[in-house]
Write a protein that binds this ligand. Structure first.
Ligand code: MN3
Length: 246
């Protein structure tokens, strides 16, 4: 596929050996009418995905004001800055997953804002009002066999989220051997960034532990936010992400 060709991301993206489920990061192409009347495909421009619920529906665990600012200002800012960073860039026109997977340490604008767009697009979808029941099926089997029990998984995941120094994320991912693993990354990095992370993989669940994700409600009590996040995990969505990889 040509670099500047419009690429619409589907529900499954194949990136090397990893297939990554992500449906909400689609970019939109535009047709440009040239001076001779012919049409050419425009470079894709990313858009802010809509939330799959209203800004108040994750109450009382995540408050409405935090959601309004987090989605409407922070995520929107990553999208806007990503589009700006991609102007004239080699990665312009590529699917978001390919962009994220290709970033290098020195490519700060694409790294931070491509990661920011990808991470938040995943994050909104793996939460839901009234979520947090428990996983089932193949994912539950894999969590049990990898971590010993669901409780043990949650404890380890909460530990990774709680001990991330400064801003960043904790992840549950699938590696190339189809094994689950927990990791955390600084800033807007994520496990797809194989040039940057120690343990590469495809994330299926992530928690944002930047202060902007919880500070209005929880102030310095990050662990309370992490505990409450567990109550709104959309395990069906996480299982869907897992099943698409396995
Ligand atoms: Mn955030």
């Amino acid at each position: 596929m040509k670099k500047r060709e419009f690429i619409k991301t589907g529900s499954i993206l194949t990136i090397g050996a990893l297939t990554v489920p992500l449906t909400s990061c689609q970019n939109s192409g535009s047709k440009n009418v040239e001076a001779d009347g012919s049409q050419s495909e425009g470079v894709s421009v990313f858009e802010l995905p809509e939330l799959p619920y209203s800004v108040s529906e994750l109450e009382p665990y995540i408050d409405q004001r935090t959601m309004e600012i987090h989605h409407g200002k922070h995520h929107a800012g990553y999208v806007k800055k990503l589009n700006a960073a991609l102007e004239g860039h080699d990665l312009a026109g590529k699917a978001l997953t390919d962009i994220v997977k290709s970033v290098t340490k020195s490519d700060t604008g694409v790294r931070n804002n491509g990661g920011g767009h990808y991470n938040h697009s995943l994050f909104w979808k793996i939460m839901k009002p009234g979520g947090g029941d428990s996983p089932s099926g193949k994912l539950l089997d894999a969590l049990n066999s990898t971590f010993g029990s669901l409780d043990a998984f949650q404890e380890k995941f909460a530990g990774a989220a709680g001990s991330r120094f400064g801003s960043g994320w904790a992840w549950l991912s699938v590696n190339k051997k189809n094994k689950l693993f927990i990791s955390s990354t600084p800033n807007q990095d994520n496990p797809l960034m194989s040039n940057l992370v120690e343990n590469p993989g495809a994330p299926i669940l992530g928690i944002d532990v930047w202060e902007h994700a919880y500070y209005l409600k929880y102030q310095n009590k990050r662990n309370d936010y992490i505990t409450n996040f567990m109550k709104i995990i959309n395990w069906e969505e996480v299982a869907k992400n897992y099943d698409q990889l396995i």
